[in-house]
Write a protein that binds this ligand. Structure first.
Ligand SMILES: [Zn+2]
Length: 380
């Protein structure tokens, strides 16, 4: 079967070239020069479409093993493929938690059985993600993309320092969910206009940026490669910007919902509930600025499905987390500084920086994640 896409922009190595893409039996035969293919199905996109390489998402929850009633490796990777992703990294808040080789093997076998795209797991930083004892990072290192206790912050500074030292010795990255439990006070949406107007308990911004500030200091001290998951506040952007300027080995991600929504958009509906929460308009603007100036390195979905029942208990009582794999790319590309402005930092084809680097084919941390993925596959 042959398929010819005429007059498309093709994204390769961070730049776009206009031309035709010719596909035969599911494989790309040629890109660029006008192609003639008498037997092909031809669609002329009239220079209104862009063809990307497969995207990579460094932050997804595939829910297996342990929570297959929410999602399975099979359904999660099918959703990713539909959204344009060919590689995802799976977070470790599972049952059992991948904190040692025996547990990680359970997850690796579920991935081998169910995944239709490349999946590389994270290993946990601490046993059971409990923050009290280091996981067996050394044994898991060849098989995992990085280490994370995503879903909760590592509360103890000394534990994080030890984890960073271990990660550095293993030449791995610490990917931190930053959240200071002592500042939560039972909050479940942003501590902003909506929470105040509707009598909800809010989550302050410092619960996120306070722990990022602590970790940046530790990463600088230890010399560990450090990545911050799903940043949502303006302060987080600024302190990461400053850390990068003084040479700390740090990267970070944000998620599409923080770029397109503010807490003024909230409704009494748990579709608007995730952790960290959707913040203020000022925070959203700062995140967009962070993408434009390169402080934010990548957009990750934090795809985190739950059952309908778990999401059906209203803002206060529902589980935190939203899906994103099938829908992330378009809204990410549409994030604008001003309501009627162009997409942020867009190139001549209207493609903003996160989508230009989202497939992870170039250098930097995205590229490193890809290289590690290839290496970890060699070990399987
Ligand atoms: Zn997450």
């Amino acid at each position: 079967m042959e398929f010819l896409m005429k007059n498309v922009a093709v994204m390769m190595n961070g730049t776009t070239t206009a031309g035709d893409v010719f596909v035969r039996n599911g494989r790309i035969v040629s890109i660029g020069a006008p192609a003639s293919a008498p037997n092909a199905t031809v669609v002329d996109f009239e220079n209104k479409a862009v063809v990307f390489p497969g995207f990579a998402d460094v932050h997804v929850h595939l829910r297996e093993p342990g929570f297959s009633y929410k999602e399975t490796v099979e359904t999660g990777t099918a959703a990713a493929a539909r959204g344009g992703y060919t590689a995802v990294c799976a977070m470790p808040n599972l049952n059992p938690v991948p904190d040692c080789m025996d547990n990680l093997k359970v997850q690796l076998s579920r991935i081998a059985e169910g995944a239709c795209i490349d999946v590389t797991p994270y290993g946990a930083i601490t046993v059971g993600e409990q923050g009290e004892e280091l996981a067996d990072m050394e044994a898991m290192a060849p098989y995992v993309v990085a280490f994370s206790d995503d879903g909760r912050g590592v509360q103890n500074e000394d534990m994080m320092r030890k984890a960073m030292a271990k990660a550095k010795a293993l030449n791995k990255i610490i990917a931190a969910h930053c959240e200071d439990n002592s500042l939560l006070f039972g909050g479940y949406i942003h501590d902003g206009v909506y929470a105040k107007a509707h009598g909800h308990r809010g989550i302050c911004s410092e619960s996120e940026w306070g722990q990022i500030a602590r970790d940046l200091k530790l990463a600088e001290e230890v010399g560990c490669a450090y990545h911050v998951c799903h940043i949502s506040t303006k302060e987080s952007v600024e302190i990461i910007r400053q850390a990068k300027a003084r040479g700390v080995d740090v990267t970070c991600e944000t998620a599409p919902h923080y770029l397109i929504l503010t807490d003024e958009d909230l409704q009494e509906d748990a579709r608007f509930k995730m952790n960290p929460p959707i913040r203020s308009a000022e925070d959203r603007a700062a995140l967009i600025e962070g993408i434009v100036d390169g402080t934010i390195d990548m957009i990750a979905t934090d795809h985190a499905p739950h059952s309908a029942e778990e999401k059906g208990r209203g803002l206060e009582k529902s589980a935190m987390g939203v899906v994103g794999l099938e829908t992330a790319v378009h809204p990410s590309g549409q994030a604008r500084r001003h309501h009627h402005g162009a997409p942020c930092g867009a190139d001549a084809h209207g493609i903003p920086p996160p989508l230009r680097c989202g497939h992870g084919a170039q250098g930097g941390r995205c590229g490193k994640l890809h290289r590690i993925r290839s290496e970890s596959q060699l070990h399987r």
